[in-house]
Design a binder for this molecule. Structure first.
Ligand SMILES: Nc1ncnc2c1ncn2[C@@H]1O[C@H](COP(=O)(O)OP(=O)(O)OP(=O)(O)O)[C@@H](O)[C@H]1O
Length: 209
């Protein structure tokens, strides 16, 4: 279970999102919200990438007190990833794989599934937005995560890749009991997946639909 208590995140003294108490059970969950509503800010906070006020824990692992154990279980893919141009996709994947203790076999399997092994030895600065997105998606599946957040996972990727992302989510959920938080703005929908709860991000708050 993901537990959020007295959570708030502000930029320049302006509250972007605040959540007094939210308990998200295991399963696949869909976060909807218009552009700028705070979905990415919430996901980044839960991923432990940006600082925030309040408490977040995943299966009783506290994001601050159990910083490493928490981050071994919680992975994230950014909506619009920004990476250093001079690294190759492979360098980046290998770096994250080492941190997440993913083996080479897992890297190769994911790379083949998503078709990134065709271009991953080229530098990231030469990639299209869809190619970058697939690198970001791959990194979220590395290691033995128990919670994976995919921020706008379907934007910029082609139809074939969309199907592969659906398959990966289903496989990880069914075979390894992985929970997912998936976000989308209006255009992209996740009805094909076994969605447990839907949440709406709006007016600086998160409400269950
Ligand atoms: N680093 C930052 N500094 C200042 N303001 C920020 C920063 N990051 C996000 N914001 C603001 O926080 C608000 C929420 O942004 P966020 O990216 O979380 O929304 P979102 O729901 O993910 O939107 P989108 O669907 O467009 O990706 C926006 O008003 C944005 O301008």
């Amino acid at each position: 279970m993901l537990k959020i208590q007295n959570f708030s995140k502000s930029y320049n003294n302006h509250t972007i999102i605040a959540v007094e108490n939210l308990e998200i059970p295991e399963g696949i969950h869909w976060f909807k919200g218009v552009n700028g509503s705070g979905k990415s800010t919430f996901f980044r906070s839960v991923a432990g990438i940006i600082p925030f006020e309040g408490q977040i824990s995943w299966n009783n692992l506290d994001i601050r007190k159990d910083a490493i154990a928490y981050r071994m279980q919680v992975n994230m893919s950014e909506a619009e990833p920004l990476y250093p141009d001079y690294l190759t996709g492979y360098d980046l994947i290998k770096f994250i794989a080492d941190a997440k203790k993913a083996n080479q076999n897992q890297i190769n399997l994911l790379a083949t599934r998503l078709g990134v092994d065709i271009y991953w030895k080229n530098t990231l600065g030469t990639y299209s937005s869809g190619m970058l997105k697939k690198i970001s998606l791959l990194t979220a599946f590395l290691g033995q995560p128990k919670l994976i957040m995919l921020d706008e996972p379907l934007i910029t990727i082609d139809d074939r890749s969309v199907q592969i992302v659906y398959e990966l989510v289903k496989e990880y959920a069914e075979n390894s009991g992985v929970s997912f938080l998936l976000s989308s703005h209006q255009d992209f929908r996740f009805e094909k997946l076994a969605i447990k709860n839907m949440y709406h991000v709006q007016n600086q708050a998160i409400t269950q639909l």
